[in-house]
Design a protein around this ligand. Structure first.
Ligand code: HEC
Ligand code: HEC
Length: 238
């Protein structure tokens, strides 16, 4: 319920902000930060157990336990790396699939089967299961991405290195698959589309100002950064 209140409140604020032409991204960010607190409080309600989460991960390894595994519907892209991701962000994302604020069909079906305790356990497991900072496989000229980042103000929430967001309810992005990141950013731009949209009001406001080329530039740059995110191959999980 707190969650619902937060969402409708923040949606209203973001809508109002984006309708004011002079609102700079700095104002939007400050407001989003100020209203960001209830989301974190709600995610803390259930305590996760990483050992239990590791068992429940059996439902996930068919996709998230295979390095570079690609999904084919509704679009072709690699599935996101989850190992090393923030627990609170994982819990929030799973809740959004379950409630339909994120519309991806296979993750909606998976999330329907999970209780709040399952989500907390899975979050604790993925956060704890990482092999330490990874060195990214690709290098990218940061110039074009920096220009977009300066305009949009992404590090204000996701952190300067995109591996330490200012709130653990926000995702780490460094080293995430670029084709997934591009797909996710487009999902925030197309919340009206069945099977694709994401309704998060903060990110919806952020991506409005960006072109398709901007999204591609950012996705490739973020993948080239070193960070904690990884996919641990299922056969290596004992
Ligand atoms: C059939 C393949 C499949 C299975 C099984 C699956 N996932 Fe996913 N998962 C995906 C795809 C595809 C996405 C990207 C969805 C999107 O675009 O929103 C995803 C996204 C996610 C995300 C969002 C990640 C992010 O960075 O925002 C989380 C969290 C997640 N899955 C957790 C799980 C957990 C936990 C399980 C097991 C209980 C699981 N998934 C099982 C395919 C799968
Ligand atoms: C005001 C804080 C804030 C700012 C500024 C911000 N983000 Fe986010 N970002 C978030 C939050 C919160 C989420 C989680 C949204 C959700 O639950 O769907 C998120 C999610 C994302 C995701 C999805 C990650 C995944 O694993 O699915 C991407 C990609 C992303 N942000 C990129 C960006 C980029 C690029 C910018 C700059 C254009 C940016 N963000 C600016 C707060 C912010």
């Amino acid at each position: 319920m707190l969650d619902q209140t937060f969402r409708s409140f923040s949606a209203t604020v973001v809508k109002r902000l984006t309708s004011i032409k002079s609102a700079t991204s700095t104002v939007a960010i400050a407001t989003a930060l100020a209203i960001g607190t209830p989301m974190s409080t709600q995610a803390q309600d259930v305590k996760g157990n990483a050992a239990e989460g590791e068992k429940k991960n059996a439902m996930c390894v068919g996709c998230h336990g295979i390095i570079d595994y690609k999904t084919g519907f509704p679009d072709v892209h690699r599935v996101p790396k989850l190992h090393g991701q923030n627990a609170r962000y994982i819990v929030a994302a799973l809740g959004d699939y379950k409630q339909g604020q994120r519309k991806h069909p296979s993750m909606r079906a998976v999330a329907q089967t999970l209780t709040d305790q399952d989500m907390a356990d899975l979050g604790a497991y993925f956060e704890s299961a990482h092999a330490g900072a990874k060195v990214a496989a690709t290098t990218v000229d940061p110039g074009p991405a920096k220009a977009v980042l300066d305009k949009a103000g992404c590090p204000a929430c996701h952190g300067a290195n995109f591996n330490q967001p200012i709130d653990p309810g926000y995702p780490k992005l460094a080293g995430q698959h670029s084709d997934y990141l591009y797909y996710a950013l487009r999902a925030y731009q197309h919340n009206d589309r069945a099977f694709i949209g994401r309704g998060n009001p903060i990110m919806g406001g952020m991506v409005k100002q960006l072109s398709n080329q901007d999204l591609k530039t950012l996705a490739h740059y973020l993948e080239s950064l070193n960070g904690d995110l990884a996919t641990i191959q299922a056969s290596r999980l004992r």
